[in-house]
Design a protein around this ligand. Structure first.
Ligand SMILES: [Zn+2]
Length: 278
């Protein structure tokens, strides 16, 4: 079992927007994914930006997303170079061999590459799916063309099992029944966001909590995003409770590596593929 990290883009954001009380200096962060080899299968965590994002952003109903991407995140992205389907072959992987894609949530910078993986089964939280396919989802950070069912996407809607507790979470889902991928509910940043714990045979354990926080400072200091940011992405009230849960978990489990999909310490703390962790 091996974990590889990939970045499909880099954004340059004012830190104070993402961490309440931090200076408004410009900081670069990646749009990350992880690819995991497990028992011969390829399992992707989120997809980052895909090949079609430019066209999708041109649709008039997604003006807010295009504005946010261009002027708040100031994302640098080359559709001919950066999507995973262009990066995977250079690292010896075939995108058509990706068997599962586990989505933390369906915001455009996470679901953007879904249609680039025609053979994958997509694991999506049921609550997240309902939010992302609601008639007003375009007002939030969703682009529903990315997961349009008319493209025959194979989507498996999942929910945590009540009472199946894991590391302090009251409900969880052991996705493959082998304890390697455990999903938990982390509502707030989006309605049905799910985090995934990945436990390697070495005992090393990661938690990928999606965008429940962006910067390590959010997690370490229990410091929420700015109010403006919470408003811009229409976060729900539970977001600060979820952050507190993660903050307490990080303190209780110092060996657990909690990596957001915009963790600016990567590359650095962990290197991008072809380097891997096992
Ligand atoms: Zn994001």
């Amino acid at each position: 079992m091996k974990i590889y990290f990939f970045a499909t883009a880099y954004s340059r954001v004012p830190k104070g927007l993402f961490v309440k009380g931090a200076p408004w200096k410009s900081v670069q962060f990646p749009i990350l994914n992880a690819l995991i080899e497990h028992n011969g299968d390829l399992i992707l965590l989120d997809t980052g930006l895909g090949t079609r994002i430019g066209e999708e952003m041109k649709l008039p109903q997604y003006r807010a997303q295009a504005f946010f991407n261009r002027f708040v995140m100031r994302t640098v992205f080359d559709a001919g170079r950066d999507p995973l389907i262009h990066q995977l072959p250079a690292n010896g992987f075939d995108h058509l061999a990706v068997k599962y894609v586990i989505l933390s949530h369906l915001h455009w910078d996470h679901a953007g590459g879904m249609r680039d993986f025609p053979n994958a089964k997509f694991i999506v939280g049921k609550k997240e799916w309902e939010a992302a396919t609601a008639s007003d989802s375009h007002k939030h950070a969703y682009i529903s063309e990315q997961y349009d069912l008319s493209d025959n996407l194979d989507i498996d809607l999942v929910s945590t099992v009540p009472g199946q507790s894991f590391l302090g979470f009251p409900d969880s889902l052991d996705l493959f029944g082998d304890g390697r991928f455990i999903l938990v509910d982390l509502p707030g940043h989006s309605e049905g966001l799910m985090g995934v714990f990945v436990t390697l045979p070495s005992g090393k354990r990661f938690l990928f909590p999606g965008d429940s926080f962006y910067f390590p400072e959010n997690l370490e200091g229990n410091a929420p995003k700015s109010r403006l940011m919470q408003k811009l992405v229409h976060e729900k009230n539970q977001v600060n409770e979820t952050l507190k849960t993660l903050h307490d978990l990080a303190k209780a489990e110092p060996d657990l590596e909690i990596v957001s999909y915009h963790d600016h310490r990567i590359p650095g703390r962990y290197q991008l593929a072809p380097v891997y962790y096992e």
